[in-house]
Design a protein around this ligand. Structure first.
Ligand code: SF4
Length: 331
């Protein structure tokens, strides 16, 4: 199955924001960034320095979720951070999302998994409207992964327990892996990783590490991402070899050529390669193109992870603020 993340002309609606036309995808994703803080310290992630700031994320939550789903075409929700499980707002937000369960195809949470050692927490999560829990594990070797993420990462035994609890409620367990030099960086390791977790999880998502721009991050994160980038030819050969092994795969056509590959299912789970380039955080300003909505810890419902983005809550609720925004934008 090919997952098409490219926005074609027939795949968007047009919305008018104070005389400016924006193209908005017919099926957009809402990223709810629960917090800037994390209990882990991955060297490729700016959240390693994130502090638990005062969060206004649940201010006007009901209206914001409603705007996202009814006006901004959100069909898919991802809860992330920092580490979303350390936010006290997690279950209030899930409670609100539950009202729109029928309209949403996926509600997932991306976590480093530490909090999932708490059985009551997993039970609560499994009984919420979550459709899948997505745990980040970047190496099958627990020691290597723990050293990388600076956490005590979950063992296979612990994952099985979590999977069983989720499956009992019809929910899935996914894993996310960042492909980077010195970790999962060739076919042999990719297949070893897949085989290690094949019988445990429902889906494995491989994300090639992307180079973080210096001005968007802190120097050591920029340095790490740059020095651990994977070459495109190596990624292509990993994909080709993984498919040759018979694993069902989804490819991002913007980065990889889907015509080159066929699929079959051997390990009973998906392996999805994602290009991080296509999932850029900001909208395409030149074309006023929006394919992803963010709800930030500050409470802003917007189209970017940065302050300069549109404020959809104000746009749909308050004409004065809209004018204010527009004037600011013209300067
Ligand atoms: S666990 Fe996730 S949020 Fe935390 S530092 Fe690592 S990548 Fe960043």
């Amino acid at each position: 199955m090919i997952e098409n993340t490219t926005l074609t002309d027939s795949a968007y609606d047009t919305i008018d924001v104070l005389n400016t036309k924006y193209k908005i995808g017919k099926s957009t994703r809402l990223h709810i960034k629960m917090t800037d803080a994390c209990n882990g310290k991955c060297p490729f992630c700016v959240a390693r320095l994130g502090k638990l700031r005062k969060e206004n994320i649940i201010d006007h939550l009901e209206q914001k979720i409603k705007i996202a789903i009814t006006k901004l075409n959100v069909k898919n929700v991802v809860l992330l951070g920092g580490e979303p499980t350390i936010s006290k707002n997690l279950f209030p937000i899930l409670h609100e999302l539950k009202k729109y369960k029928q309209q949403l195809s996926e509600i997932t949470i991306i976590t480093n998994g530490v909090k999932l050692r708490d059985e009551d927490f997993v039970h609560k999560l499994a009984n919420s409207c979550i459709t899948a829990v997505n745990i980040s594990i970047h190496h099958w070797n627990k020691r290597i992964n723990s050293n990388l993420m600076k956490i005590d990462s979950l063992s296979k035994k612990e994952l099985i327990k979590i999977k069983n609890m989720l499956h009992q409620q019809g929910k899935q367990l996914w894993l996310s892996v960042v492909l980077m030099k010195n970790y999962i960086d060739n076919t042999e390791k990719a297949l070893k990783y897949i085989k290690h977790y094949a019988t445990i999880v429902d889906q494995i998502r491989f994300f090639p590490i992307s180079s973080t721009k210096e001005h968007e991050t802190i120097p050591d994160v920029a340095l790490f991402t740059k020095s651990h980038l994977m070459e495109s030819s190596v990624l292509q050969s990993i994909i080709k070899d993984v498919i040759a092994e018979g694993t069902k795969i989804q490819l991002d056509p913007a980065k990889f050529n889907p015509q080159a590959y066929s699929s079959a299912m051997v390990y009973h789970q998906h392996v999805i390669f994602k290009s991080t380039e296509i999932h850029k955080d900001i909208d395409d300003e030149k074309n006023n193109l929006i394919y992803s909505i963010k709800l930030l810890p500050t409470g802003k419902l917007t189209n970017t992870y940065h302050d300069r983005g549109l404020d959809f809550f104000q746009i749909f609720n308050n004409v004065k603020q809209r004018r204010g925004y527009d004037e600011k934008r013209q300067k």
